[in-house]
Design a protein around this ligand. Structure first.
Ligand code: UFG
Length: 374
């Protein structure tokens, strides 16, 4: 790989102001904590498609302010509304964009493909055009291990083939990566890192922020926590006849705070180097089965999760875990949190907030549309 270090030549300043799209969401809000702690000015936007909030602001970002002791500028804004996003770029000297905002429910994407293509692809197109017109060419894109489809080898390295995907949501991530490839070849000013996440779980150790999807739970850990809380009677395990040590599906679960620090590392690399387009896996490198995760969760939370085995879920793959060596070598990033911590931290968030964030009459001190509401 050839990365020209521009910092050594003193031609490229470090980034100050970061636009975070989807900043009120699960991964976005955790990332904002790390960005603010790293000294960045954050301008967060969200349309609340899959995050709690209203015209008054975002309870997640209010809590980010509590955790960090710093203000976060927030706009309720939609990437499909170009003039709204253009105004934000006019107002703030954005150095780099971290683009999380996307619809992400696999099942829903199969039922409403146009909604997913419009939101995820058009949203990205609009964002890239607005960035270009404001001379902002630096981006960290939130991609997914789903772009690999059924693995041909494990662990998965970044050069594993992509595109053989069985769901619409995954295809939107893949199409965007292809679009970014074309763009970075056509216009050398672009400097983009695409981060392929494995399975993000856990929550900030304070218990103040965590995952509170506005849609029906489908991912394993939030569902398991609902069962542990007694809100759901049983955890359905989809398939115990996989070719894995205990027959259940294997994934690479990564603590959301490790994922967040991966974004800061990517930002640091972009601020010092011109990479064109680079792709990195963010995972722990360790595969954990559904049964194993349930056992650890039961142990650290002293709860019992009743299980019910059912047929495999349509479109699920057998096993997937990352080779995260490239991120270690080039981003100087490694995961720090164990599976036990992922479970403990998620449970702390869930028990402190059994119904998630406050849903109504949310008063936040977050700056909304440029004005402080406190
Ligand atoms: N599982 C269960 N019961 C549940 C939920 C999940 O047994 O109630 C199992 C699944 O079958 C799988 C494992 O737990 O073996 C993990 O499932 P998740 O739904 O938590 O996560 P996925 O690996 O299916 O999803 C991830 C990302 C998606 C991405 C998808 C692509 O979360 O964003 O990979 O396959 F689209």
């Amino acid at each position: 790989m050839c990365i020209k270090n521009l910092l050594q030549t003193g031609t490229m300043p470090r980034f100050k102001t970061i636009l975070v799209t989807g900043g009120a969401g699960y991964i976005g809000s955790h990332c904002v904590v790390d960005l603010v702690n790293a000294g960045h000015e954050v301008v967060a936007i969200d349309n609340f498609a899959n995050a709690v909030g209203d015209d008054e602001g975002s309870p997640a970002l209010r809590r980010v302010e509590e955790i960090t002791g710093k203000k976060v500028t927030f706009y309720k804004a939609d990437l499909l509304n170009k003039s709204q996003i253009g105004d934000i770029f006019d107002k703030h000297p954005i150095d780099c964009v971290i683009h999380f905002a996307a619809l992400k429910a696999v099942g829903e994407s199969m039922q409403q493909p146009l909604l997913y293509y419009q939101n995820n692809l058009l949203g990205m197109l609009n964002l890239l055009e607005i960035m270009r017109s404001h001379n902002c060419f630096q981006m960290v894109f939130s991609s997914s291990c789903t772009v690999y489809g059924e693995p041909k080898h494990l662990p998965i390295t970044e050069d594993h083939p992509t595109g053989n995907i069985t769901n619409v949501y995954g295809r939107t991530k893949y199409f965007i990566e292809e679009m970014l490839k074309d763009l970075s070849i056509a216009d050398k000013r672009w400097n983009i890192i695409s981060l392929r996440y494995f399975n993000p779980v856990g929550a900030h150790p304070s218990g103040l922020i965590g995952e509170d999807p506005t849609k029906e739970f489908t991912n394993l850990m939030p569902f398991m926590a609902q069962v542990a809380l007694g809100k759901k009677p049983v955890l359905t395990v989809f398939g115990n006849d996989y070719q894995t040590p205990d027959g259940t599906g294997v994934r690479d679960y990564i603590h959301v705070m490790d994922l967040a620090s991966g974004h800061v590392a990517a930002l640091n690399l972009l601020s010092e180097n011109h990479v064109g387009l680079k792709v990195y896996n963010l995972g722990t490198g360790r595969g954990v089965s559904v049964k194993e995760l349930v056992e650890v969760f039961e142990k650290v939370t002293s709860t019992k999760i009743p299980l019910q085995y059912e047929a495999r879920r349509l479109g699920d793959i057998t096993a997937m875990w990352a080779d995260a060596t490239l991120a270690k070598n080039e981003l100087h990033w490694v995961t720090k949190h164990t599976i036990e911590e992922m479970c403990t931290d998620f449970w702390r968030w869930q028990t402190m907030n059994p119904d998630g964030y406050p849903k109504k009459n949310v008063k936040t001190s977050v700056i909304v549309n440029g004005k402080s509401s406190s």
